[in-house]
Write a protein that binds this ligand. Structure first.
Ligand SMILES: [Zn+2]
Length: 169
């Protein structure tokens, strides 16, 4: 039995596919940039940041973490030619609300000690100050040992209440 979520998924996709005309797009992003942003359900990156289909890579994870996104960022830059990064964290982010110790304790409670053992070195990458976290991630992408100095990197905060962005760095 399909869940309501699965039914919606399938029905909406059938509607989408029936009107789809963009099958000719090339693999590399046409505008050669990437956005790292949070997985937060309140952010619609394509609409909020003017990204048309085929233009850019959008990498999403909990907290818009540059470190967590690193594998995808490198694939984007080295294999698919992107030359600019916009890192966008946001107000009200869940990653401001817990510590690594909190996450570990939740994991142990819900999945057991073996689960906790399996991810002993995992950093959940929470942060305490939004602007500092943006600056730190931009520094990591711009000046870290894996950085390409020729790639432009800027850092932003998206306000989930107004829909506006503010540049931090
Ligand atoms: Zn978030």
């Amino acid at each position: 039995m399909a869940t309501e979520i699965q039914k919606n998924f399938k029905e909406k996709n059938a509607q989408y596919a029936s009107q789809f005309t963009q099958g000719h797009l090339a693999l590399p992003p046409a505008k050669k940039y990437l956005i790292v942003t949070c997985m937060d359900a309140r952010i619609d990156p394509s609409a909020a940041f003017g990204v048309d289909l085929g233009d850019a890579h959008i990498i999403r994870n909990a907290g818009a973490s540059a470190r967590d996104a690193l594998r995808s960022v490198l694939v984007s830059q080295l294999l698919l030619g992107t030359r600019e990064v916009l890192l966008v964290k946001h107000t009200g982010c869940g990653m401001l609300t817990f510590s690594n110790a909190d996450a570990r304790s939740l994991l142990a409670q819900s999945r057991g000690a073996a689960a906790l053992d399996a991810v002993r070195d995992l950093d959940f990458l929470p942060f305490g100050d939004l602007d500092d976290a943006v600056r730190e991630d931009v520094r990591f992408l711009k000046e870290g040992e894996l950085a390409d100095r020729g790639i432009a990197v800027t850092g932003w905060v998206y306000d989930v209440q107004t829909g506006g962005v503010r540049q931090v760095v």
